[in-house]
Design a protein around this ligand. Structure first.
Ligand code: MV4
Length: 674
């Protein structure tokens, strides 16, 4: 095979850097990784042929530094740069700078990126090309009087959108005229703050939308194809959670109409490379014959591209590299067909029980699903790696394929139940609930799905089962036995009792208790007695005879409890025990005599910043009485807003934060006392 490029630089990190390296390597192309201080030992650095340090952890000083990255590219004589997604991937100036330096930017031209950068301009171009757009006003005149008159003409409800917007920022739904002025003000303020551009456009509000996007490829010389659609309707606050291909219920006729519209959208701006044309489909009256409208075009490879790869059998990164090198598109439209169905879920380090606050910490245990026939895992981390505050908290994308949607869903449920993860909070339990939801199984997906079913998708914490408590306790005992055994091995006294392999019991008083706090906050106690056979455990008056039958690798034990065999992984540390068992991870806080659950280090009821961030809003004052769950203040961290809520009923005091304050991780913001 002739080599298209000798060497490419991947201007990204995490799973997408790993993903690009994999294909480059398969094509015989050399790879250069770049990394920040936080990523010195990251997987993408290990996988690349060469790796160059680019700066401190914050992206603004590393992965977003176009100049540094270009300098490295020149110094190491790379032929092309793959930007992945995020960071510099949709930065027109960077694409231009690459071109000026004689290095191929694996993506569209700077001109294409600019044309799709602003919503009003993109809509104008699309209308001209005959691509349907949502009825509305494009905003040449930004006066309140004129915009308000336009909104009345369009008919309420309307949606005000920032022309420079993204991720739902600067967007306001307005239901009637009397609210228009205030909403306009809010949208403009938010847009000016977030994008430095307060221009807005007005659209008819689509009540029941589906987000269906079309993967396109064009060669910049008049050839374009579509690789079908993805449904990304399952989102939480504009963050995609589940994506699938094809879209459930899509007819071949609508697929073709949307596919051809998407290719026309790309052609009209002379696009080349991979792109995604996002449509909103109005499913008020079902998907059959539903109107669809152009929303935006993403001029990059997307996070969810694997579902398209799974149903098309094509490697989109390989296509990108070929097209960037000037080769024609690998296939014509007629050569492309859909095979089966694929679903992707995004596994995030975030805590569903704390309003999906991003979580940081170490992946003490991280075992993605093993099956390789129907399951693909794209990840940028390995066990013992940590998730920091500096970047997107995505841990992995889990993708499954099946002959049809039902089969793909079945494989997904299986894959999620096999996934073992501990050390930080993740959305894994939430994903399991989504996948298991009957309405999701029926294919009835619209953008309102997650908000509509929020309660069912976030089940209340249940008390830990007796088996879970027994396993936790046996895990602690097993760890103790292991330590004693190691000591014996180190000891050279052949008569040491530790050398007796038959039923020794290490460091155990004849009777002791292990006390825990389970997920509901309840304290639970397990009384342990040594018996001839092993241990007797007493939980809430119930007795269980238990044995540790085998110590397997890294925390995995085989136990027998009341005659039944249970295998589980128990991760023990002084503060907590994590029990990974039957597809679930349960965390139990360990209670020692000196630890009082009501008193943490900061005093009773202290609300601390869960991560460094900025205080956006304060919703209470000193002396207010609040109820458990009531919103206290809003923090912006990792580019997202998080509402901190009262952990219990009480009175607000020690309110130290002010709106606009930058607070550090662990800072006490307010106290809730009795
Ligand atoms: C809309 C809409 C309803 N009507 N436009 C949200 C982000 C941006 N990409 C487009 N978005 C929407 N535009 C009109 N005229 C509803 C949304 C929307 C949405 C769209 C896709 C997926 C999830 C969404 C969640 C809320 C709102």
């Amino acid at each position: 095979m002739t080599r298209l490029f000798n060497k490419i630089l991947i201007a990204n990190r995490g799973e997408i850097a790993c993903r690009v390296i994999r294909t480059a390597r398969a094509m015989g192309i050399g790879t250069v990784a770049v990394y920040s201080d936080a990523d010195a030992h990251a997987l993408h650095v290990e996988l690349a042929d060469e790796a160059v340090h680019i700066g401190p952890a914050p992206a603004a000083q590393s992965y977003l530094c176009a100049d540094k990255i270009l300098d490295i590219a020149k110094r190491l004589h790379v032929d092309a740069i793959h930007p992945g997604y995020g960071f510099l991937s949709e930065n027109a100036d960077f694409a231009q700078a690459c071109e000026d330096a004689g290095i191929v930017f694996i993506g569209p031209t700077a001109d294409s990126i600019r044309k799709m950068g602003l919503k009003d301009e993109a809509k104008r171009l699309m209308s001209l090309a005959g691509v349907p757009v949502v009825p509305g006003y494009l905003g040449a005149d930004q006066s309140e009087a004129h915009l308000s008159a336009q909104a009345r003409e369009i008919g309420y409800p309307v949606l005000i959108k920032a022309v420079a917007g993204g991720g739902g920022k600067g967007m306001r739904r307005v239901d009637n005229e009397k609210d228009f002025a205030a909403s306009l003000k809010g949208a403009k303020r938010e847009a000016a703050g977030a994008f430095g551009n307060d221009h807005v456009l007005i659209e008819k509000y689509i009540q029941k939308p589906r987000h269906i996007e079309v993967q396109v490829f064009a060669d910049g010389r008049g050839h374009g194809v579509y690789l079908f659609e993805r449904d990304c309707s399952l989102q939480r606050r504009h963050q995609k959670v589940v994506e699938e291909a094809p879209a459930p219920g899509m007819s071949p006729a609508l697929r073709r109409k949307m596919g051809e519209a998407a290719v026309a959208a790309a052609q009209t701006i002379g696009y080349h490379g991979a792109g995604t044309v996002e449509f909103i489909v109005d499913v008020e009256h079902g998907l059959d014959g539903a109107p669809f409208y152009f929303m935006e075009m993403n001029t990059r490879l997307q996070v969810e591209h694997p579902v398209t790869e799974m149903i098309s059998g094509e490697d989109l990164v390989e296509w990108q590299i070929r097209v960037a090198a000037g080769e024609p598109l690998p296939l014509d439209q007629g050569d492309l067909a859909i095979d089966g169905h694929a679903i992707e879920v995004r596994l995030y380090a975030e805590d569903p029980s704390r309003d999906f606050l991003p979580a940081t910490g170490t992946l003490n245990r991280y075992r993605p699903p093993m099956d390789e026939d129907f399951t693909r895992v794209d990840t940028g981390v390995r066990e013992h790696d940590s998730i920091s505050v500096h970047y997107d908290p995505m841990i992995a994308k889990i993708i499954t394929w099946g002959e049809d949607r039902e089969a793909a869903l079945h494989h997904m449920a299986q894959a999620l139940s096999e996934t073992e993860i501990a050390g930080l909070a993740t959305n894994l339990p939430f994903l399991k609930q989504v996948i298991a939801h009957p309405e999701f199984a029926s294919g009835n997906v619209d953008t309102g799905f997650i908000p509509r079913h929020a309660d069912a998708l976030l089940p209340e914490a249940a008390p830990a089962s007796d088996i879970c408590l027994a396993l936790a306790t046996l895990g602690i005992l097993a760890a103790r036995e292991d330590r004693a055994f190691d000591e014996a091995a180190r000891s050279n006294d052949p008569f040491s009792p530790w050398h007796d392999p038959s039923g020794w019991q290490a460091n155990l008083a004849s009777c002791e208790c292990q006390d825990y706090i389970d997920g509901t906050g309840a304290s639970r106690s397990v009384k342990i007695t040594i018996t001839d056979q092993g241990y007797r455990l007493e939980i809430d008056g119930q007795r269980y005879d238990a044995q540790i039958r085998a110590h397997m690798e890294e925390g995995k034990i085989e136990t027998e409890i009341s005659g039944q065999i249970y295998r589980a992984t128990i991760l023990v540390n002084p503060e907590q025990v994590q029990v990974i068992f039957a597809g679930n991870t349960e965390s139990l806080k360990r209670l020692s005599a000196k630890f009082d659950p009501e008193e943490d280090a900061d005093g009773p009821g202290a609300i601390t910043a869960p991560m460094p961030g900025k205080v956006l809003d304060i919703l209470v004052s000193d002396g207010d009485t609040v109820e458990k769950g009531q919103a206290l203040l809003v923090l912006e961290a990792m580019k997202m807003e998080h509402t901190l809520t009262a952990p219990r009923d009480g009175t607000v005091s020690n309110l130290s934060a002010k709106t606009g304050d930058q607070v550090s991780d662990g800072a006490v913001l307010v106290t809730i006392s009795d």
